[in-house]
Design a protein around this ligand. Structure first.
Ligand code: GLA
Length: 371
C-alpha cells in the first residue's frame, strides 16, 4: 500500500466464480441459463487514496495505475483491462470515482472457465459503489460489467457470468431469463447431492474465434427462420422447421432450442429433488454441446465419459464456453469423495494431466466486508 491511502476507508470485496448447471450457449440467444456461484473467489482489498489514482495490485503482473481524472480508453489486453473497463463505464455514467488502492488475491484460477474475468469486473464495480456510497440496480451493474468485457477485453460474451456473480445467493442456483432478465433463485442446497468441478487443465486457443462464430451462426439461423432470436422457436415446432436450414445453422439451432427446454426441465427436477432426471438432462446437454454445437473437446468428452460411468454420479457435462475449461458432475454426497478420487485418477492415467477437482455447494456471488 502506498502512503496516499486513507486508513479510515478499508473494505474487502469477495466475488465468487461460477459454474453453469445447464443452459449453455443460450444466453446470447435470449434463452435460459442456470448458473450457481462456487466457493473459489477473487478478493479485492480496497483502501481509499487521497488523490485520484486507481492503483490495482495483482500477483499476475506489475500494478496498474490509472488516472481517474482522465477518460479511460481500451488499450493493451492485459489482466487490468477488466478493472479499467469497469472504471471507464462508471466514468461514462458521470460517477466521480475517488482514488483507491486495491490488492487482489484469488483462489479462483484465471482463464479456467469459472468466470474469473466476470468476478474481477463485478468486484471492481462493487468497490466503486462502496467507495461512492451508492449502488446501481443489480441488472444495470451486471450489464455495465458485460460492456466492460466487450469493449476492453474484446470478448463478445453474453450476460450469464456477470449476472451470476452479481446476483447468486448461497444455497440457490439462479434461473435467468436472458430476454426479460427476470431472475428466479432456485433452492439448491440438498444434503443428498454435491457438485463436483473437474478442471480439464486445457484451454484450446480457438475458443475466442469459435465463440464469436457460434453467435453469428445462431443469429443467421434465427434470421432464416424469421424470428428475432432462437428463443422464439418452441421445441415442439422444431421438427417442422429444421429441414429449411443449411448446416451448420441447423445443428447450432438444434442445440439451442433443445437446451432451453433442458434448462427449464432441470430447474423443475431440482425443485422435486429428482436427481436422476437432473443428471440425465446434464448428460443430454453435454452430448448436444459436443455433437451439435461442437464446443467440447477431447479432454472434456473424456471427463464426461469417465465420470458418467461411476456409481453415485447422476450426470456430467462441460460447463461454460467450452474448448477446455471445466466439467461438472452431479454426485450423491455419500459417494462424492470416492468419485472425486476416481475421476482424477482415470483422467490422469488417460491424459498425463493432473486435474484440479473440488466439491462445491451453491455460494453467494458477492460479499463486502468492512475491514
Ligand atoms: C461464456 C460466456 C457466457 C456464455 C457461456 C456459454 O462463459 O461468457 O456469456 O455464453 O460462455 O454458455
Amino acid at each position: 500500500m502506498s502512503g496516499a491511502t486513507d486508513p479510515a476507508a478499508r473494505f474487502t470485496v469477495t466475488a465468487h466464480g461460477r459454474v453453469n448447471l445447464i443452459g449453455e450457449h443460450t444466453d446470447y440467444n435470449d434463452g435460459f441459463v442456470l448458473p450457481m456461484a462456487i466457493g473459489p473467489a477473487i478478493r479485492m482489498r480496497v483502501s481509499r487514496r487521497t488523490d485520484r489514482l486507481a492503483v490495482v495490485h495483482s500477483d499476475i503482473g506489475p500494478p496498474a495505475s490509472l488516472d481517474l481524472q482522465r477518460p479511460l480508453h481500451p488499450g493493451e489486453r492485459s489482466w487490468w483491462c477488466y478493472p479499467a473497463g469497469v472504471l471507464a463505464q462508471f466514468q461514462r455514467l458521470g460517477w466521480e470515482i475517488p482514488g483507491f488502492e486495491a490488492v487482489l488475491s484469488a483462489d479462483l484460477p484465471a482463464g479456467g472457465g469459472l468466470s474469473s474475468s466476470a468476478a474481477l469486473e463485478v468486484a471492481t464495480a462493487t468497490a466503486v459503489e462502496t467507495l461512492c456510497g451508492r449502488a446501481l440496480p443489480a441488472d444495470e451493474k451486471a450489464l455495465l460489467c458485460q460492456r466492460a468485457e466487450h469493449e476492453f477485453a474484446g470478448v463478445p460474451c453474453g450476460i450469464m457470468d456477470q449476472f451470476a456473480v452479481t446476483c447468486c445467493r448461497a444455497g440457490h442456483a439462479l434461473l435467468l431469463d436472458c430476454r426479460s432478465r427476470a431472475l428466479q433463485h432456485v433452492p439448491f442446497a440438498s444434503a443428498e447431492v454435491r457438485v463436483l468441478v473437474i478442471d480439464s487443465g486445457v484451454r484450446h486457443r480457438l475458443a475466442d474465434g469459435e465463440y464469436a462464430r457460434r453467435r453469428a451462426e445462431c443469429a443467421a439461423a434465427a434470421r432464416r427462420l424469421g424470428v428475432a432470436s432462437l428463443r422464439d422457436v418452441a421445441a415442439s415446432d422444431w421438427p417442422a422447421l429444421h429441414a429449411g436450414l443449411p448446416e451448420p445453422e441447423r445443428s447450432r439451432a438444434a442445440h439451442v432450442i433443445s437446451e432451453n427446454d433442458r434448462c427449464l426441465a432441470f430447474a423443475a427436477a431440482v425443485a422435486r429433488a429428482d436427481w436422476q432426471a437432473a443428471g440425465s438432462l446434464m448428460n443430454a446437454s453435454h452430448a448436444s454441446l459436443s455433437g451439435d454445437y461442437q464446443v467440447s473437446c477431447r479432454e472434456l468428452d473424456l471427463i464426461a465419459e469417465i465420470t458418467t460411468g461411476l456409481p453415485g454420479v447422476f450426470g456430467c457435462r462441460m460447463t461454460g464456453g467450452g474448448f477446455g475449461g471445466c466439467a461438472i458432475a452431479l454426485v450423491a454426497t455419500a459417494s462424492a469423495a470416492g468419485v472425486q478420487a476416481a475421476v482424477a485418477d482415470r483422467y490422469r492415467s488417460a491424459t498425463g494431466i493432473d486435474p484440479r477437482t473440488f466439491l462445491t455447494a451453491a455460494a453467494a456471488g458477492l460479499e463486502v466486508v468492512a475491514d
